[in-house]
Design a protein around this ligand. Structure first.
Ligand SMILES: [Zn+2]
Length: 287
């Protein structure tokens, strides 16, 4: 089997990224599997090569060795080729205002569910969308168990390539996971439902979807997800306060793998990994 870590090089890694990286690495290594690093730099406006270098330096410091790496900015031709294998693609010229105007009143949790407005317009250009099936997508998450998602009500026909030509995350992540042999995806639970979009695309492209395992999020005392704004929790600050074994021990403790935060290396933590030990609820990190 093979796992992966796929950071966006838009800033320094923080505790939440280190936690995702470590848990993904432990899951893969505890099965004797490989682990790949993918730099998700398709957002050329926000991505910086120096951040990618810093991420690699932080992973090495943590002791998380990887077996191969790639970056999405090199892989456009593969995404282009994948498009040629998909059916149900069409161009959409809706503006953000158009999209919000067609929202049903109850769908106000921040997601924009596309109503399919342009599906039969036959526009020659615009954002490229794929028509989603009406049937539910069923899958079993390694941590959260059975999931059932209807893409029509979850997101509607979604974007594969933006109007400006930029590749959308959903297409890139599916093509990359499939072509690099990733069989297990471990990441934060904010992406739990988007796995349904990815499973749909994997199948539409003739691939076998990977197994998904989503992690409880690290949150602060106010219940907000840890982010790059919490500067005291970025790896630059953490590397001044902790040795790598103490930070690995702290993360293992937060994840429920260790009763107390004792120092140990990533290698030594491999035998501790067990999905059943992870908490069901998000994990509060004291500032
Ligand atoms: Zn449209």
């Amino acid at each position: 089997m093979c796992g992966r870590f796929a950071p966006s090089p838009t800033g320094r890694m923080h505790l939440g990224n280190a936690y995702s990286a470590l848990l993904s690495w432990l899951s893969a290594r505890s099965q004797g599997g490989g682990w790949l690093l993918r730099i998700e730099d398709i957002d050329s406006q926000r991505s910086r090569a120096e951040y990618a270098d810093q991420i690699k330096d932080d992973l090495r410091w943590l002791g998380l060795e990887w077996d191969g790496e790639c970056r999405q900015s090199d892989r456009g031709p593969l995404y282009e080729e994948a498009l040629g294998h998909l059916t149900g693609l069409y161009h959409c010229r809706c503006t953000r205002a158009d999209l919000l105007a067609t929202q049903a009143p109850h769908e106000t949790d921040g997601r924009v569910v596309y109503a399919g407005t342009c599906r039969h317009k036959g526009y020659p250009d615009g954002a490229l969308r794929i028509a989603v099936p009406r049937a539910d997508i069923l899958y079993t998450d390694l941590h959260y168990g059975p999931q059932r998602v209807n893409l029509t009500t979850h997101c509607g026909d979604f974007i594969l390539r933006r109007r400006d030509g930029a590749w959308a995350y959903q297409l890139a992540v599916v093509v990359d996971d499939a072509l690099t042999g990733v069989s297990e995806v471990v990441r934060g639970r904010d992406l739990l439902l988007s796995a349904a979009q990815q499973i749909f695309l994997h199948r539409a492209l003739g691939y076998t979807p990977p197994q998904y395992g989503h992690l409880p999020l690290l949150i602060n005392a106010a219940g907000q997800r840890l982010s790059k704004r919490d500067r005291s929790l970025d790896l630059g600050a953490l590397r001044q306060r902790y040795t790598a074994p103490r930070l690995i021990g702290l993360i293992c403790h937060l994840a429920g793998l260790l009763p107390h935060p004792e120092a140990l290396t990533a290698e030594e933590a491999i035998t501790l990994f067990d999905w059943k030990k992870l908490p069901a609820d998000d994990i509060v990190v004291a500032g």
